[in-house]
Design a protein around this ligand. Structure first.
Ligand code: HEC
Length: 314
């Protein structure tokens, strides 16, 4: 029995029904691998492939490659799991990726439900993630949520006037903060787009050595006025496809393919032939006003943390 089972596994057969119905069999994985290699990502017409892809995604939950798989094969069946990730911990990197993907899967409805239910702090956090997406669909959703009218309730707001001018920034830059507390602030507000050492998602510029690059006053400016100077190579673009899709992110291109890297670290490749319009965004992909959701002390701690991120030997 043991041996024949092993043989069945090697052959990719499933004669005894040993796998739970929703678990990916080795044969499923093989199908997915083959489809990926052949770049056959539209499996809607083939139930066998579709089943294999869906089971594989389910088995990959929480593991590396999960988001990429869901995105590549447009696996709508994973939408409930994605929304669960969003609501479970909206400040996590997973939640940020999940929001991005839910838009890609045309599941605005689920997000709009998430904005309508649950504790206010959670709903605000979800709204913040949607705000990072910056597509018309995302903007529409936020408008109906009434974002902007009330800043996140969980965090005490600083007087917005505080950092309106250079003197204010010079004054606050003299203060010393607590870098350990600042790391926590970073993890809450920044890590969904920036890598600092081991933490964070690689979307905006890496900040692991930012303390060697920018003095405190400029760190404050980068946070308070991200639109004042946009880093080269990190400009935002909106891409419209002939199929009617709209994407926003950082682009790189080869002869015939555009790669759009979106907030959350998810990338999508589009054939240039399928692009109907591309436009550079007039504003930074980094949202302004992030500091308004922090207390002044949190902001000071955050900048202290960033200042301490230095290249070795400097
Ligand atoms: C939605 C994504 C996103 C979030 C969230 C975000 N940033 Fe950014 N950030 C970017 C992008 C994209 C750039 C590059 C474009 C630009 O310079 O405006 C950038 C640029 C920067 C720069 C300039 C880097 C350089 O090398 O000059 C600093 C500093 C920075 N961010 C700090 C922060 C901090 C601190 C936070 C948290 C309070 C934060 N960012 C949150 C996307 C983000």
């Amino acid at each position: 029995m043991k041996n024949s089972l092993a043989i069945a596994l090697v052959l990719g057969l499933n004669p005894f029904g040993v796998f739970a119905e929703d678990e990916a069999t080795p044969k499923d994985r093989l199908i997915v691998e083959t489809l990926t290699r052949l770049k056959r990502f539209d499996v809607s017409e083939n139930d066998k492939w579709k089943g294999a892809v869906e089971r594989t995604a389910r088995s990959l939950r929480g593991e590396e490659g999960y988001f990429e798989l869901v995105e590549q094969f447009t696996i709508t069946a994973e939408a409930p799991e994605l929304i669960r990730l969003v609501q479970h911990d909206p400040s996590s990197g997973e939640a940020s990726k999940a929001v991005q993907l839910l838009f890609r899967l045309d599941q605005e409805k689920l997000l709009s439900n998430a904005l309508a239910a649950g504790p206010k702090a959670n709903r605000d956090a979800v709204a913040q993630l949607i705000g990072f997406v910056q597509t018309p669909a995302a903007k529409k959703l936020l408008e109906s949520y009434g974002a902007g009218k009330h800043p996140p309730a969980s965090s005490p707001a600083v007087n917005p006037a505080i950092l309106a001018n250079t003197e204010d920034i010079e004054r606050i830059a003299k203060r010393k903060g607590n870098p350990v507390a600042g790391k926590v602030v970073f993890q809450k507000f920044c890590f969904s787009c920036h890598k600092a050492g081991e933490v964070g998602i690689d979307f905006g510029p890496g900040l692991s050595e930012i303390g060697s690059k920018l003095p405190k006053t400029e760190l404050y400016l980068a946070i308070v006025k991200p639109n004042a100077g946009i880093s080269f190579d990190y400009e935002g673009w909106t891409i419209q496809t002939k199929q009617g899709g709209i994407l926003a992110g950082i682009i790189s291109e080869s002869d015939d393919v555009l790669t759009v890297r979106m907030v959350g670290g998810v990338s999508q490749k589009i054939k240039k032939a399928d692009v109907s319009k591309r436009e550079k965004m007039p504003i930074s992909l980094m949202p302004d006003g992030l500091h308004l959701a922090m207390s002044e002390q949190e902001l000071v701690d955050l900048v202290e943390f960033l200042t301490n991120l230095k290249s070795k030997g400097k």
